[in-house]
Structures are given as C-alpha cells and as structure tokens.
Design a protein around this ligand. Structure first.
Ligand code: SF4
Length: 362
C-alpha cells in the first residue's frame, strides 16, 4: 500500500506534487503499441483528484473507451480484475504502484487482459540538508535507504550527498518498500547502522525496525516530518503481538480469513492453515471476503479467533477494530507451538523472492 497526500508543507503544492509528463508519455506509447480501444483505469484514493482527472481526460482525447474503477484500491495487490472481465476490457491501467511482489501472469494468460502499472513519480523536493542533520545527530556511519515507488527515482541523489559527509549509503535494487514487504531493507540489515525510509506517514517505516532489527528514521517529504522507530517501538510492537498470540491460542473455533483481492495470497495457503488448525484439535472454517469489515465479522458469534491469509497489516495495524483476537498466518505457527517465539522474532527470510514477511513459512 502506498499512502499519498495531496496537501503538504513542502514547497510544491496541489497538482505539482506529481510529475505526470513521463506517465502521459508512457500511456501514449502503450496505446499506440497495443491499439487499445477499451480499458479499465484504477487509482488509489490519493490520486483521484488532479491525477485521475488529467489522465482520464487525456485518454478521452486518445479516443479510448474508459471504465473508471470505483472501489478503493489499497495497493498493487488490489486490482479490478473482476470488473475487467465483466466489462470485457482489453487492459487494466493501474496508477500509483508497481507490480513488485504481485504477479498476475497466469490471470493475464487465461483472460487475455493485460495489466499495465504506472507508478506516478512524486514531484517533491527532498530536503537532504534536513535529513543529513538528523542522521549525523544519530551518529550513524552507514545507512540503508528505502522508499515508496513514487520516490525511487531520487535515490541516486542520496549517494553523492552522503559521501561528502563520510556516511556510507546502501540501496538494494531500486530501493522500494511495501507495507507488507521489507525485503530490500532486510537484505542490507547486516551492513548498516540504521535505515532512512522516505515515505509519507508511518505505514511503510514502522515494520522496517521489526524486520531488520535496525533503528529506522522516517522522513515524510510531504510534511517535512521525521519519526524514529527504535528498540522501544519494536519491543512494544512485539509485546502487543505476543499478547494477541496468547489470547488466540485459547480459541477452539477459528475463522480463516482469505482475501479474494487479485494479489492477496493464494487460497492453497488457506487449505494449509485449516489442516494445521485441525491437526491441533481446533475447529476451522474458511471465510473468503473482498473487504474485511470488522463490524460485520462481529456477527459470526461462534468464531473465537481469526487468522488471516491476506494483507498482514489488517492484523498488525487494525487489530483494535476487531472484537476477537486476529493474527497472521505466520503468528499462527507460534500460537500452535510449531514455531518458537525466538524464531519468530528473528524471521528467516527468503531474499529476492516475492514472499511476504508475514506469510506462512513452508
Ligand atoms: S498486501 Fe497490504 S501492505 Fe501489501 S501492498 Fe497490499 S495493501 Fe499494501
């Protein structure tokens, strides 16, 4: 999930926040190359203003018939595949994210509908002067830098800026982070004192300290704000998760929440979870949903605990909205004594894969 802000304290304002020139150029090339006549376009909420208007108008000028996806999209995991099939379009144009960890190649092959991602570059000035002051105050000699897709093009500026200050900079691949995937940071964890995460809000930075065991400084380029996620943050996060696992462990009747969103994890993982629960003497039922609504889930009175096999942030960030304990599939392994807590807090991660950190380990 990428969080976009339209209003910001940074000098750039309103429509200037996004650089659409290269996006429009790319759209033109794709329309000419594939000769598309009918497509569905999708934007995350933060891009539904100026960006959506400009792109929809541009596509109209190109005489392309457009279906505008109306449901919210929370990430590249959340594409309008059902609508695309229903409206028989030739392609999905998704703006604001890259494919990164979500491959839908088999769906594309079966349906013949092609997916195109347009990340949409942010046009905000990165205040390296403010950032370097902060990094120096933390006495870090080496840093790893990661960011959300809309800022990855500015990461090359960092190298030269920090070299002057004798601070080593490491960036793995394009340096991208997702709320559910910190692989680019984990790869660098052994060789840096801390991480700099350039992203709006806390959503992307907060899991980095947990996944890497390195302090993480978040710089919000829209609001020019910093936040340090340190050991205190990590320990209180882990304490909360452990308490949740202990609560869930007592449950006899479980609901296994599966997402039917395009990229949110395969149902065969759901079957595996059911088997594990049944082997442990629990009752378990599969509950597929499009949008997880905690108020609706209250009605399933007999379910005593939920385990999710979908966006992990539903359990880790939104747990307060649920009346019953809710844990991730990886946390379930601890609840069922299949994995020790010590192993859990030092996760083995298959690097360079599209595996999500909180998924069930095989
Ligand atoms: S699974 Fe969750 S965190 Fe990952 S991209 Fe989707 S919405 Fe974002």
């Amino acid at each position: 999930m990428v969080i976009f802000f339209q209003k910001a304290k940074n000098n750039n304002s309103g429509f200037e926040l996004y650089n659409l020139k290269s996006t429009i150029r790319e759209i033109d090339q794709i329309i000419v190359k594939y000769n598309y006549k009918r497509i569905i376009v999708q934007f995350p909420d933060g891009l539904l203003g100026y960006v959506c208007k400009t792109i929809v108008n541009h596509l109209r000028e190109l005489k392309v018939e457009i279906i505008l996806a109306g449901d919210p999209s929370f990430g590249a995991c959340d594409l309008p595949t059902h609508q695309a099939e229903l409206f028989k379009v030739e392609a999905i144009f998704h703006f604001g994210h890259s494919s990164f960890a979500f491959s839908l190649s088999s769906w594309q092959e079966i349906t013949g509908i092609t997916i195109h991602y347009f990340p949409v570059e942010a046009n905000v000035e990165i205040r390296w002067d403010l950032i370097s002051k902060k990094i120096l105050s933390l006495n870090w000699n080496s840093i790893g830098i990661i960011t959300t897709i809309q800022h990855t093009s500015i990461l090359n500026q960092a190298q030269s800026y920090f070299n002057i200050l004798n601070i080593n900079v490491s960036i793995h691949k394009e340096g991208q982070i997702l709320g559910c995937n910190q692989n680019r940071a984990v790869y660098l964890a052994g060789k840096v004192d801390g991480f700099l995460v350039i992203a709006g809000g806390n959503f992307h930075a907060s899991p980095v300290v947990v996944a890497t065991n390195r302090p993480t400084l978040r710089y919000d380029p829209f609001n020019l704000e910093f936040k340090l996620f340190d050991d205190n943050y990590k320990n209180s996060y882990l304490k909360q998760r452990y308490a949740m696992i202990l609560k869930a462990r007592k449950a006899k009747n479980w609901g296994v929440l599966l997402s039917i969103k395009s990229g949110q994890f395969p149902s065969d993982q759901g079957k595996k979870i059911i088997k594990l629960l049944e082997k442990a003497g629990k009752n378990a039922v599969t509950v597929p949903m499009y949008k997880i609504d905690p108020n609706h889930l209250i009605n399933f009175e007999h379910i005593e605990a939920w385990v999710i096999n979908l966006c992990p942030r539903i359990a880790t960030d939104d747990y307060v909205s649920f009346r019953k304990p809710i844990i991730t599939s990886r946390e379930l392994l601890v609840a069922l004594d299949i994995m020790s807590w010590e192993h859990f807090i030092n996760p083995k991660i298959r690097l360079d894969s599209s595996e999500h950190l909180l998924m069930l380990e095989t």
